[in-house]
Design a protein around this ligand. Structure first.
Ligand code: PEP
Length: 265
């Protein structure tokens, strides 16, 4: 089954407008449009850098998608400090991250908020990347599979099959591997991703599960991406630290493109 390959950069709280402009100018020179036809490359800057990124991407002429790291589940009203999906779409945002462990941990986003955000994103016509992943303690207690399956079930609760098809991507990100340099063994990441796919098949159907791209995230960089992309069920990567390095991001996209061309061949 050939699924869409995706390399998504989560810039987190990094890069102001000037840095965004210069990063995308530099990266554009190193990215290859042939690779970008085989791989969906996505950057998720901070809110204040989104418009700058949209312009820089347009000027580059390259097929790079623009994502937001967060948004409100509310449409409008008395929600000080929030930004809604229409405001994002107005800038050119097509993708949103939901359920990143840093939002769950530092901003108390629970499964119910995450489910609301998934639904809001889908209703708005955005592509949703739903993140899941276990803590070190959960892994050590042998509960990884049940934990991750539970996060997926809660995250997609109430969605119709049609909502799901090609609109949702899952990112499996073991928390202990995020920003730590401790990459999850690729065979183990592949195993957990198979568990996620089996859960999707149980909750939706096998065809939808087989068609859903599932990414790995956690200390991905150019030195480990080939091995990760070589796994049967890993369809790409959600990348933090390496995604804001000019040399790294294009190397990650190129690796995913090499893997995509093998799948096609
Ligand atoms: C992330 O922010 O989703 C992430 C995986 O970060 P890093 O690549 O730095 O581990």
């Amino acid at each position: 089954m050939s699924r869409k390959k995706i390399i998504a950069g989560n810039w987190k709280l990094n890069m102001n407008q000037a840095e965004t402009q210069s990063f995308l100018n530099e990266v554009s020179k190193k990215l290859n449009q042939n690779d970008l036809t085989q791989v969906q490359a996505l950057v998720c800057p901070t809110f204040t850098s989104l418009a700058t990124a949209a312009t820089a991407i347009k000027e580059s002429g390259l097929t790079i998608a623009l994502g937001a790291q967060n948004f409100s589940q509310h449409k409008s009203g008395a929600y000080t400090g929030e930004i809604n999906t229409e405001m994002l779409k107005e800038i050119g945002v097509t993708h949103v991250l939901v359920g990143h462990s840093e939002r769950r941990e530092h901003f108390s986003e629970d499964d119910s908020i995450i489910n609301d955000k998934v639904k809001t994103g889908i209703e708005a016509g955005l592509q949703v990347i739903l993140c899941c992943g276990e803590s070190e303690a959960t892994r050590e207690s042998g509960e990884t599979d049940a934990w991750v399956a539970g996060q997926i079930e809660a995250g997609i609760k109430g969605l119709e099959l049609n909502d799901f098809a090609s609109r949702i991507t899952i990112a499996y990100e073991p928390i202990w591997a995020i920003g730590t340099g401790k990459v999850c063994d690729s065979a183990e990441a592949n195993r957990v991703i198979k568990v996620i796919r089996a859960k999707l098949a149980e909750l939706l159907d096998q065809t939808t599960a087989d068609a859903t791209s599932i990414l790995y995230g956690g200390s991905v960089k150019s030195s480990n991406i080939d091995e990760i992309m070589g796994q049967s069920d890993i369809d790409g990567a959600l990348v933090g630290g390496a995604s804001i390095k000019v040399e790294e991001f294009p190397a990650l996209v190129a690796s995913a493109a090499r893997e995509a061309s093998k799948t096609v061949a």
